[in-house]
Every structure is written in structure tokens, then in C-alpha cells.
Design a protein. Structure first.
Length: 187
């Protein structure tokens, strides 16, 4: 992951000292992290991600979270051109929507009411929804990196909407403590 931090820092034209001031840490500590000479403390990773405003780094870090039942693969070997990403995301979305439309769950509140055909269609729909996740992540990464769409603003809007509609009683995510003050969501 630290190789990716160095790549992101260089992509943004930041010197070690510039990023170190944003994290905050010393430039020598950051240099040791980037070269793999020192272990990055767990609490420093979110600070690095947010200091670089990097969706990609956040995805790389969260890919390996043991508590995550749907670790989304980081698509680092695909064409990330915006038109390609838009087309692939639309394609995956269409496939998921088509599969969902085949599922009929009326009067079937649980697994005991599903026929073998229902179960097969439901499993296909679930697989298509999971297939959609990497495309969505990559599209959001492209929107952030190429067009400046602020991922934390999107997250803020999502949490506010879910709270206002009564969909969740949860407060802001733990990551919110690393967001710049203007991005934080008051619970």
C-alpha cells in the first residue's frame, strides 16, 4: 500500500514535506513508511488517505478488512478511462437490474417459501449485484481523480439522506473523524 501512497503523492506533485504536514508526521517518518522500513500505524492510514484525497488508497486499505463481508477488489489492471468506466458500470448495472427483475419475492418472506427456480434466480441476482460493486468503486475513483467529485461530500449526502428518511439510526462512520472539518457530518 505504501508504494501506492508514494505514487499518489508524486501524481499530485507533493514533496515528502508537503504530505507530512498534511498527515501530520515528520518527513523522515513518511519516507521510512514509503520505503517499507517502518510499519505504518493503523491510525495513520486514514490520515494518509484523506491527506491525499485518494479513493484508490481507501479502497486498497479497506480491501483487507477482516470484518468486511464484501471486500471489493480494486480494479488496478483495467482501463480507467472515464468513457470505458462509464460504459462498464452501465453494463454491470443493466445486468444486475435484469437479474433482479427476474426474481419474484411476493408472498415469499423467507427461504422456506422459495422454489428451486426462485433460489437460483435470487442467487444469480445476488451475484450480479456483487459484480457491480468493483465497477461502482472504480467509477467513483475516476470521478474523484479526474473530475474532482468529492467522495466525502457524496458520503455526507448519503448519510444525511439515510438519516432524514429514517433508514438508519447510526451516527457517522468512524472514518469521519479524519475528514476535514467542513466535510464532517453532525449526527
Amino acid at each position: 500500500m505504501m508504494e501506492a501512497v508514494r505514487e499518489e503523492r508524486e501524481r499530485l506533485g507533493l514533496r515528502l514535506e508537503d504530505l507530512a504536514a498534511r498527515v501530520p508526521c515528520s518527513a523522515s517518518t513518511l519516507s521510512r513508511w514509503e520505503r517499507g522500513l517502518a510499519q505504518v500505524p493503523e491510525d495513520a492510514v486514514p490520515r494518509l488517505v484523506h491527506a491525499l484525497s485518494s479513493v484508490r488508497l481507501g479502497q486498497l486499505h479497506c480491501w483487507d478488512c477482516a470484518a468486511n463481508p464484501f471486500p471489493v477488489p480494486v480494479l488496478d489492471r483495467v482501463d480507467s478511462h472515464p468513457v470505458v468506466c462509464q460504459g462498464k458500470t452501465g453494463e454491470e448495472l443493466s445486468e444486475a437490474l435484469d437479474a433482479l427483475r427476474m426474481v419474484v419475492l411476493y408472498n415469499k418472506p423467507g427461504r422456506d417459501q422459495l422454489s428451486n427456480l426462485d433460489r437460483g434466480l435470487l442467487e444469480k441476482a445476488a451475484a450480479e449485484l456483487v459484480d457491480l460493486l468493483p465497477a461502482i468503486h472504480l467509477m467513483l475513483q475516476v470521478l474523484a481523480e479526474r473530475y474532482g467529485i468529492e467522495p466525502w461530500s457524496l458520503a455526507l449526502g448519503l448519510y444525511r439522506k439515510c438519516r432524514e428518511r429514517g433508514y438508519t439510526s447510526l451516527g457517522p462512520p468512524a472514518a469521519a473523524r479524519y475528514w476535514p472539518q467542513e466535510r464532517r457530518w453532525a449526527a
